[in-house]
Design a protein around this ligand. Structure first.
Ligand code: NDP
Length: 280
């Protein structure tokens, strides 16, 4: 039997319509939520992500200001630009598209973004709040995954969750959110010995490695919920996730498609964070 599809596209559309309602409510208080999006350099994938984010802003009534800086921009100049946005009351959120050129220290950049405008949830204060279970901005991709799981009523408490990938933007924050939801969490990475032995234990399996078709059907426990975070551009130009969708579809109980799964939810959570930043 085919897995139930975790349809991020339609859930994200629902979130966007709630965001639109919030924009109308904020307008009654004279507030137009504003997001500054900083793009450094000319990475093709980053350009696409930024375009998708600014489009979603336009569609929902969140004002977006895109700031394009050359790859050669100095770290000081970038930090100064962020400081200006921090001081601008019309801009409630700041997003610095990653990755940054190698001469720029991304942690230093994240440190300078005002925590109350840090709609990506990457400032150490927000990451610390996540560790402590305190309120703060939660990184958008992990937040979107949790929303998808909750919406589909995937049981989490007491279940085994296995995450493949330990990045600071996806794997690690997601591990904390799944722990908060009372799952028993394992985080795998490139040095994990016998990945399949780990993934076969998973009631919830999240693939966030950036390796096309890393997760095969033989690595999935029958009935498991499989979330595919990966976005990989194949040599023929097509997009693929980290999961062998067609084969895993016969084994899993739930499955996210790529595209149309986690990606749209990431953007939807960004919009929600912008509304929250503008509301406080
Ligand atoms: P990173 O490259 O920062 O992290 C990848 C992680 O996967 C690392 O922890 C790495 O291990 C681990 N890994 C790599 N290869 C293997 C392997 N063969 N076996 C086990 N673990 C492995 O990537 P991100 O977390 O930023 O992104 C992951 C994927 O998700 C990418 O495809 C990215 O494009 C996509 N993405 C999608 C988003 C969306 O909205 N849908 C948002 C963000 C990312 P180690 O730490 O040991 O190197």
């Amino acid at each position: 039997m085919a897995a139930r599809l975790l349809d991020g596209k339609s859930l994200a559309a629902q979130v966007r319509s709630e965001v639109k309602e919030s924009v109308v409510r904020l307008a009654r208080r004279g507030i137009v939520p504003g997001l500054a999006v900083i793009l450094v350099g000319d990475d093709a994938a980053s350009r696409v992500y930024v375009r998708n984010k600014t489009r979603a802003c336009e569609e929902t009534g969140v004002r977006s200001l895109q700031i394009d800086l050359p790859a050669s921009v100095s770290q000081d100049a970038l930090l100064r630009r962020i400081a200006e946005i921090n001081a601008d009351p019309a801009l409630h959120g700041i997003l610095v598209q990653l990755p940054l050129p190698s001469h720029i220290d991304a942690w230093e950049v994240m440190r300078v973004v005002a925590p109350e405008k840090d709609v990506d949830g990457f400032h150490l204060r927000n990451l610390g709040a996540l560790v402590a279970g305190a309120p703060g901005f939660v990184p958008c991709t992990p937040a979107g995954i949790m929303r998808l799981l909750r919406h589909a009523e995937v049981p989490l408490a007491g279940r085994r969750a296995v995450i493949v990938g330990r990045s600071g933007t996806v794997g690690k924050p997601l591990a904390l959110l799944l722990l908060q939801a009372d799952a028993t969490v394992t985080v795998c990475h490139s040095r994990t010995v016998d990945l399949a032995r780990e993934t076969l234990q998973a009631d919830i399996l999240v693939a966030a490695a950036g390796r096309p078709k890393l997760v095969s059907a033989g690595m999935v426990k029958p009935g498991a919920c499989v979330v595919d975070v990966g976005i990989n551009r194949l040599p023929d130009g097509s997009l693929a996730g980290d999961v062998d969708f067609h084969r895993v579809n016969d084994v899993a109980g739930w499955l996210t498609p790529v595209p149309g799964g986690v990606g749209p939810m990431t953007i939807a959570m960004l919009l929600e964070n912008c509304i929250r930043a503008a509301s406080t």
